[in-house]
Design a binder for this molecule. Structure first.
Ligand code: CTP
Length: 424
């Protein structure tokens, strides 16, 4: 017999008062319209685990857009509707709550986005990815807080298991393979035995999903507190190889991710650049054309591949600061941060660090206008003079504005000298 669990107290202690007030009002308004409203998905899972989560997802057996509109006006907030999907969000005072009409979904073919029709809370929960994400909490005043757990999600939470609801789950939507690894590693859970077998059986279904959707999953994995855990598990199960056969998660990568976290705060962009660091340029291109990342990220990946080839030059002990700057200028900062962590040479690391902290910010005090006043005519000569000033600044040959002016005057005199016909 299933236990009756009421989460009203947990809702009160686990959520900010604004959101608790919202849930109470929303449940009441839905009830007055003869409709049932539920809190669903990740927030229910996290409430039961005592993990903080303010991303509220509500499901209504009824017209979600109408309810969202009513709640938004009551709060003097804003309602944003996605009519095609029967979903809406209510936004007020910096909060945002999503409300969806309960759905019945079917998948026309593997990897396709589902065809959606209105359904009940039961059909809505049964279309979801894992039992731990398929629980709901009633919000109607007379049943407020009652846990609805049709698939044994609470038991799986207690036993630390990620379990699919049915055996076609990964075929319907192979992005769930990445999601399974993400929850497993984030929560310190395990994949339930038959779910693991299904995942291994269906790993080739990842090819039915667009690169855009896979990239989205990868980006979410890279936002986890320790993304290497997800990536290494993905490596172990043949999921990483589906991104690109040359990608690997090994001791090297684990060490570099840890170092990036300690020294740079570990951002998803740097993590991705580190993951791709050991790919060749052609392999990087293959990955970019599969994942189609936004152009700054694509640039970071290309820069990472190109920069790696240049780092060797930074090992020359005689390099002046100006040479370091000209070697590293123009690369994306994310690629540079990744290179700083990835290199095994302390000298290269120190120089990339010097570039990032100091050299890239250096500029002469004098501007083009100042140079004009000192008699330098506009054109290529001006550009060269500014370049020479920058080099002198970087290498410490000039340190004040006065010294820069003297340098320009000296250059002007000597160039008049060399260009003067009578003196040739
Ligand atoms: N969901 C699903 N299948 C997917 C994506 C989402 O069944 N491919 C369902 C799950 O019930 C999930 C809910 O939609 O809980 C909301 O999706 P999302 O916001 O991605 O999940 P959260 O559980 O909120 O994840 P997280 O804690 O990582 O934000």
């Amino acid at each position: 017999m299933s236990e009756t669990i009421n989460l009203a107290r947990r809702l009160g202690s686990g959520l900010p008062p604004d959101l608790v007030g919202f849930l109470r009002t929303a449940g009441k308004s839905a009830g007055e319209a003869g409709q049932k409203l539920y809190l669903v998905g990740g927030v229910v899972r996290d409430l039961l685990l005592g993990r903080s989560n303010v991303d509220l997802d509500l499901v209504l057996e009824g017209d979600a857009i109408r309810l969202a509109q009513e709640l938004a006006s009551g709060l003097q907030g804003k309602m944003v509707a996605h009519r095609r999907f029967g979903t809406a969000s209510v936004q007020w005072n910096g909060w945002k709550v999503d409300i969806a009409t309960a759905r019945l979904e079917s998948y026309p073919h593997p990897g396709a986005l589902p065809v959606v029709r209105p359904g009940s809370i039961e059909t809505d929960l049964s279309r979801r990815d894992f039992t731990i994400n398929a629980m709901a909490v009633e919000l109607a005043p007379e049943h407020y807080g009652l846990l609805l757990d049709r698939f044994g999600g609470l038991n799986d939470l207690r036993n630390g298991l990620v379990r699919v609801l049915h055996e076609l789950s990964f075929i319907d939507d192979a992005t769930r393979i990445w999601r399974a690894l993400r929850y497993e590693q984030r929560l310190g859970f395990g994949l339930e035995a038959s779910t693991l077998a299904l995942l291994k059986r269906d790993v080739n279904m990842l090819s039915t999903v667009s690169g855009d959707r896979i990239r989205h999953e990868l980006e979410l994995a890279l936002k986890e507190p320790e993304p290497e855990r997800v990536l290494c598990r993905a490596g172990e199960l043949g999921v990483l190889a589906r991104l690109h056969p040359s990608l690997k998660c090994d001791d090297w990568l684990v060490e570099k991710f840890g170092r990036s976290r300690e020294t740079q705060g570990g951002t998803p962009g740097v993590y991705l650049a580190l993951l791709c660091y050991r790919l060749g340029s052609e392999e990087t291109e293959q990955l970019v054309s599969y994942l189609r990342p936004a152009s700054p990220l694509a640039r970071t990946l290309r820069d990472t591949a190109n920069l790696k080839a240049k780092l060797e030059l930074l090992t020359d002990p005689t390099l002046a600061p100006s040479a370091i700057r000209s070697l590293l200028d123009g690369y994306s900062l994310t690629a540079l941060a990744a290179a700083q962590v990835a290199t095994d040479s302390p000298l290269v690391r120190e120089r990339v660090d010097l570039y990032l902290r100091k050299l890239r910010h250096v500029k002469p005090s004098l501007t083009g206008d100042d140079l004009k006043k000192l008699g330098v005519p506009p054109g290529p000569g001006m550009k060269e003079a500014l370049q020479a000033l920058l080099q002198a600044r970087l290498d410490g040959r000039v340190t004040t504005r006065r010294e820069e002016e003297d340098m320009v005057k000296r250059r002007t005199v000597s160039s008049i000298g060399t260009n003067c016909p009578e003196r040739r």
